[in-house]
Design a protein around this ligand. Sequence first.
Ligand SMILES: Cc1cc2nc3c(=O)[nH]c(=O)nc-3n(C[C@H](O)[C@H](O)[C@H](O)COP(=O)(O)OP(=O)(O)OC[C@H]3O[C@@H](n4cnc5c(N)ncnc54)[C@H](O)[C@@H]3O)c2cc1C
Length: 552
Amino acid sequence: MEGLDDIGASRACPSDAGVLRTDVLIVGAGPVGLLLANLLGTHGVDTTVIERHQTTVAEPRAVTLDDESLRTLQAAGLAEAVIRDLVLGYGVQYFSWRGKPFASIQPTRQEFGYPKRSAFRQPLLERTLREGLRRFPSVRILFGHELESLRQGEEGVHCGVRAHGEARRIEARWAVGCDGGRSTVRELCGIALQGDTYAERWLIVDLAGRTSSLRHTQTYCDPVRPAIRLPGPQGTLRYEFMLHAGEDDAFALHEPRFREWMARRHPEDRNLPLVRKAVYVFHARVAQRWKQGRVLLAGDAAHLTPPFAGQGLNSGLRDAANLAWKLAGVAQWDMPDALLDSYEPERRPHAQALIRMALRIGRFMQPKSRMGAAAMQTLLEAACLVPPVRDYVLQLRFKPKARLQSGWFDASEDGARARLCPELLPQPMVDRPDRSACRLDDLLGNGFAVIGWDSPAFRAHALALAPAGVPVQVVALCRAQDDFLDFRTGHAFAQARDGSGALDMFLDALQADALVLRPDRFWRRVVPAGELQRSEAVAQPLSFPHPDQAFP
Ligand SMILES: Cc1cc2nc3c(=O)[nH]c(=O)nc-3n(C[C@H](O)[C@H](O)[C@H](O)COP(=O)(O)OP(=O)(O)OC[C@H]3O[C@@H](n4cnc5c(N)ncnc54)[C@H](O)[C@@H]3O)c2cc1C
């Protein structure tokens, strides 16, 4: 039986004796599962998503999307559709316990092609992601399907599913638990969740019909009632209030009371129509393992981040970006299964770093006493008089960058060069020989890419630098201070020039003539300056790490 929102349910799908077979089974149609399914769809991977509810969520939940998430949505072909429902580039203003502004975060840099923080509504994002799946004949989504049991064999994962009251079997080569904080997949695998659940509880109030046009978050660091006011897209507004010990749910959810709290901050908000009220407990927890055999965990199933940094969901979307091409690699491109072992070592340290950042911001936002608040706030105000510190706060430079310490990359250490840890390539707007401009990733395509300074050696050897059997796009770069010399069309490679110089700086800092990029836009290999001229180095194929030594 098909659910109301099922997509592709009746599409041809290998099945016998009532068993549905699929390459990748995604459990959970939250934002992480849906994005992963869209990315797998772009690679043509046979994918089935199951969701126990009849449709995607209707209630507002997470509210902040970052620049990396928008870049991943661009890879899924959905950035433009998602942006229509965003407040792009919102910042944060911090107010002292006396109501005086004392710090702000208003990043203007767009190193990955999008503003660092944008406000979104989870139901709209999920709807766009769900509708996006219609583009892919290889993806089906089944609502009203709840995972109940899971058993792993040599070749795959055997799942028992309750579908509209009836038992159904699904067999997948790999299964990904994107089933949220209370993950059934995690539980069925016996994987523990480590970390803490905090005593502080927050009341979340979502409202409609906002009358104030201010688009920045206002954070009131007042120990009497720490509060946040967040303007959202389409005239929405959210208030979040910290609750004190002894204030139970009934106390907090009493409407006249929280309307009074709102009115004390902004009288014009007092009577706005209510959309949702909920008490939210925050967790700082990480699953003990993110992979067990052929089962992987992603999103809230793998890590729960306190909401203060607006990073919980964004961390989950980063998981999807990291996993999607690896699943495509093993399912479509004949890459070894060991590639999937690199998922957790690459993602866990960064997810944990963001949890620590959220806890630090939380301590700042929830001062215990007015004296403590005054000391902390005066210190930050004074520190922000120093331009580099102000820049560090204002531009959000304190947000930990993802730098891969171990995983699937070539860490060539030749003694003369420091060990290099892969980072995300910047995404500037680039221009092309025909004088048109586009975002860099639109030239790089969805597979692997090789970019480097244009030269006869680069043109001759770039393609051979990429792994065999994967989709590859080659982009020959022109330096910022130069102009193109070759205006002919019909090359097997693209040409681009970054007038801002960001790409030049990135490659020069790595002393690179070329980079081999993975589909998630981390570099896989740095080709040192001069190496392309030496044919023996060029002839060296990229090798897969031996499974025993690859991932500690
Ligand atoms: C009630 C609630 C309120 C929240 N409010 C906020 C907020 O105010 N601010 C904030 O920053 N974040 C909030 N969050 C957190 C934020 O929504 C999550 O970080 C984000 O949704 C994580 O996405 P995900 O895809 O990993 O998991 P989820 O969005 O939790 O999606 C998991 C999906 O898996 C499905 N599922 C679960 N078990 C099964 C099963 N056995 N079989 C099939 N399907 C299954 C679920 O129905 C769900 O649709 C909230 C979360 C919840 C649950």
